[in-house]
Design a protein around this ligand. Sequence first.
Ligand SMILES: Cc1ncc(COP(=O)(O)O)c(C=O)c1O
Length: 450
Amino acid sequence: MKSANFLKENNARSLWHPMAHPADSQANPPTIVTGGSGVRITDVDGHEVVDAVGGLWNVNLGFSCDPVKKAIADQLDKLPYYSTFRGTTNDAVIELSEELRDFFAPDGLSRAFYTSGGSDSVETALRLARQYHKIKGEPGRVKYLSLKKGYHGTHTGGASVNGNANFRTQYEPLLPGCFHIPAPYTYRNPFNETDPETLAGLCLMALEDEIVFQGAGTIAAFIMEPILGAGGVIVPHKSFMPGVREICSKHGILLIADEVITAFGRTGSWTGSRHWGVQPDLMCTAKAITNGYFPFGAVMIADGVAEVFEKDTSGAAAIGHGYTYSGHPVGAAAALACLAETKRLNVPENAAARGAELFAGLQAIGSQCVVCGDIRGGQGLMCALELVADPKTKTPIDKATIGKVQEIAYQAGAMVRVSGPNIILSPPLVLTADDVQVILSALGAGFRAL
Ligand SMILES: Cc1ncc(COP(=O)(O)O)c(C=O)c1O
């Protein structure tokens, strides 16, 4: 490994970072992370902190998960790659598919289509949804509905259903036929409604209204995150997702649950859909499926959708979609080990308990702090603080002030993530109660410095 001086001199010089302005990365070089152990990371200067970001919502079991590391190393020795395109497969991916079928049985999902990550999973689900309707003889069902504030990755299909202009404007024109519904976001919404249940009802009415306006027969699918993550941890009322399910079923529209961050325990339930008592038609997963150690994902498919494809005799169900790395044996081996460890540790239980402590601590911090406009969480280990310059006008906080909170928190022992006006917390699900206190005290120091 090169010296610390080499790394610092060349930081952001010859690479462009995702979700950053290249000039900004050069002017304000990113933190160089060189080590990870348990729920902690260490930077190039040897400073160690609790990673309250959990990698990027994906290192659910922490950085020292030996069974996953060993599975990857063993698989690299045995078979480092083989394709699953028509005509070949590998042993690891067959075994994984059976495990996933059991794991997702309560969600009504029984088949897997493998991908290299979350954006791929979203793209796959959107495409399979259109194909499903074509096989069924409704080729006019091509449109997609989604939520404002939703995040569905950055492929063109995903960006088109994405509900945040930051990920859209510079890449327009996007896919035609994508329409957005207001999110059940109590702090800011076009109805000026603060009651979560009433707001959920209004958003459902907006959904139904849009379906009637577009014509149900033109719509392929509605895609949503059970809890909106990157948009700032927006937690819908418990009536919302079941309401969406009912409306979609009534109109023959497929429901795609984008569970790239919520599958595998983050919400305190095994999946976000199960958390709300909903069975989707398609579910996008990635991230924690391998604990972030290998780029991998799976779209899970409901029995009813699978049947339409598998019973087709016309040829329309031939899948003209897939990735070189779909069903990668190393990813599959990592996922098998990760799933076993996730179940053995019963991570949703810890996510729920630690998440409740973290949320309570954040509410205590927020009550002392005028810039904390809204504090969101309470469903497992995903929380956000939305900062405002003025709580009366809800003017979003400026970049420098929120950056200062992040920097001081980092110096005081916790890596937290800033996304627009939000501080987002998504720590590993194996966090201890002491680790929660480290995060809270570091954030407290950040706010006291303002
Ligand atoms: C809900 C959701 N969908 C899709 C994605 C895209 O995943 P990836 O970055 O692995 O492509 C993300 C990433 O954070 C996500 O949170």
